[in-house]
Design a protein around this ligand. Structure first.
Ligand SMILES: [Zn+2]
Length: 563
């Protein structure tokens, strides 16, 4: 009987003038003619992707994708462009990126003249007396590579107070009007943890304020209103989506950010995925530990389950905590910025409550300290007493790690979350700070990967530019943007293209407990795609930097398309 029915229906089918391909399932969108890299080792390449609601239902050939094209299916011709799983920035400061857009964005400033021209353009638009603030300049490639001064700024900004942060956040230059408002003069003592840089001859402040000294002027700048804070997030999201990021992992902040994100998601104003952390130990961390995590809110766009700890400073300003003294400053080893007696109880509580911890650690001493603290907490709270058995705690940056400590990451299941652009900036001064020997184990991406742990990649914007193509290039080339690499750069720590692809897709997903949900292009996963103007898996490294995002897709929706 069954056989008869089958034969009959086959006959019927052959009589009806059917479409060339029978539709097995009508979907919302089919992307076709793509040069697709899936990051899925089982089926690494494809031409077409079918999407229904927020999910991928198919990835494969153009011909097979035809089966998903129904009457109401939108077909998007990718015209041979390169398609990757939606890129994730594993370490970014979203509000800071937005504020950089809102104030004066000085990233990429090529010389002192260029810097002053950009500042002058902004000052000319401001009313006399208005503050002019900005961020993002870095003098390392200026000729000569020296800090700007108050007197440089006074020439173009005699009537407005001005303060402009260096890209790394560890210094700022202020003009005379700003210093005057802040009451900073030659008699002002250096505050704790900071330095008012002085002119060697006159003893007058030269305008450069390092670390904690920036606060003397910054506290005079009118506070950001809630409306401005919201605008910063909206602008930061817009920039990220236009660059091709589909998720950013927001490395720190407070509940104030959480409230803003929720409000903007509820209004449908932002669509970027945000994986949020708040700082700890402190009130925000205490609140997260008591109220618990938020996972997958607003269409899997918002997850908040992480505490960010800062365990030391940065290498450039010699704040990174080292096991032995700085090679170019034998009287200092840097310093830790968190106390073990405050950290340990919080770690234990976090394990019991299923809260992830990620800790900034730059120096080899800081990295060892954090590994020790994590390990002690893991021992104190065995798996059976944890809310999440495999906690996936992270060390952010993991920049300078003693080679003996590298295998401990894989052994303990601790994830090194690293920023390729830091290496190609820092390696200009790291040899003098550390000496050649300690550079083995510095920015050691490939050694970490070979040790059996994943390495999620990020930008740390606004400390760096925050562009996926710069990060991808830095990871595979391990040269500066002009192609330079010097002694001690350890070219063997560059990663392959396949590894770099994973650094910005499936590995960040793993670091966020989302590897089953996103990070590859395969059926069942959320439909996040980053579509590029060139094939970054094949083109010469220098061309990666010229590659542009042509389309960004989040949850199956085209949220950005270049015209
Ligand atoms: Zn950071």
């Amino acid at each position: 009987m069954k056989l008869l029915l089958l034969v009959a229906s086959l006959l019927l089918l052959s009589l009806i003038p059917a479409p060339k391909t029978a539709v097995v399932q009508s979907v919302d969108v089919v992307f076709k003619n793509g040069n697709v890299y899936t990051a899925n080792d089982k089926a690494p390449r494809a031409q077409a992707i079918a999407v229904k609601a927020d999910r991928i239902v198919f990835a494969g050939s153009n011909a097979d994708a035809q089966k998903y094209v129904g009457q109401n299916t939108r077909v998007v011709d990718l015209k041979g462009n390169t398609v990757l799983p939606g890129f994730t920035d594993s370490h970014q400061h979203l509000s800071g990126v937005g504020q950089r857009e809102m104030t004066l964005n000085l990233e990429g400033t090529a010389s002192l003249e260029d810097f002053l021209a950009k500042v002058k353009a902004r000052v000319d638009q401001a009313k006399p007396g208005d503050w002019v603030t900005g961020r993002g300049w870095i003098e390392t490639h200026w000729k000569p590579p020296v800090f700007p001064t108050r007197w440089d700024l006074d020439k173009i900004a005699p009537n407005n107070p001005v303060i402009l942060g260096r890209a790394d956040g560890h210094g700022a230059v202020a003009n005379s009007a700003a210093l005057k408002l802040a009451g900073v003069d030659k008699n002002t003592p250096d505050p704790f943890g900071g330095e008012i840089s002085k002119d060697k001859q006159s003893g007058e402040p030269n305008g450069m304020l390092l670390d904690g000294a920036q606060g003397l002027v910054r506290q005079r700048v009118p506070r950001t209103s809630t409306a401005d804070a919201e605008r910063a997030v909206v602008l930061g999201v817009k920039r990220n989506i236009e660059l091709g990021w589909t998720q950013i992992q927001d490395a720190g902040g407070s509940y104030a950010d959480v409230e803003i994100f929720k409000k903007l998601y509820e209004a449908g104003t932002i669509k970027l995925r945000i994986y949020k952390a708040v700082h700890g130990p402190g009130p925000s961390a205490t609140r997260l530990l008591s109220e618990g995590a938020t996972i997958g809110a607003y269409g899997n766009r918002f997850t908040f389950r992480t505490i960010k700890v800062v365990s030391d400073g940065a290498l450039g300003s010699r704040g990174a905590a080292l096991l032995s003294p700085y090679s170019d400053a034998p009287d200092t080893k840097g310093f830790l910025t968190v106390k073990a007696e405050e950290l340990r109880p919080m770690l234990i509580d976090a394990l019991r409550k299923g809260i992830q911890v990620e800790t900034h650690a730059i120096g080899d001493y800081a990295n060892r300290f954090v590994l020790d603290e994590y390990e002690a907490a893991f021992k104190a709270v065995p798996e059976g007493e944890r809310k999440v058995a495999e906690p996936r705690w992270r060390i952010e940056h993991a920049q300078i790690v003693n080679p003996a400590d590298i295998p401990r990451f894989a052994k303990l299941g601790i994830i090194p979350s690293m920023q390729p652009s830091h290496a190609i900036g820092d390696l200009f001064f790291a040899p003098s700070r550390l000496g050649m020997d300690r550079l083995a184990g510095a920015y050691a991406w490939e050694t970490f990967i070979k040790s059996g742990i994943v390495v999620p990649g990020g930008s740390d914007a606004p400390v760096e530019r925050g562009e996926p193509m710069i990060e991808f290039y830095a990871a595979v080339a391990r040269k500066d943007q002009k192609g330079f690499s010097g002694e001690g750069w350890h070219p063997e720590e560059a990663v392959s293209r396949e590894q770099a692809l994973k650094m910005f897709t499936i590995w960040p997903a793993y670091a966020a407990f989302e590897e089953k949900l996103r990070g590859t292009i395969e059926a069942g996963k959320l439909a996040d795609l980053t579509i590029l103007s060139a094939d970054i898996m094949k083109i010469p490294p220098a061309e990666i930097l010229k590659t542009r995002c042509v389309m960004t897709v989040i949850n199956g929706e085209i949220v950005f398309a270049a015209d």
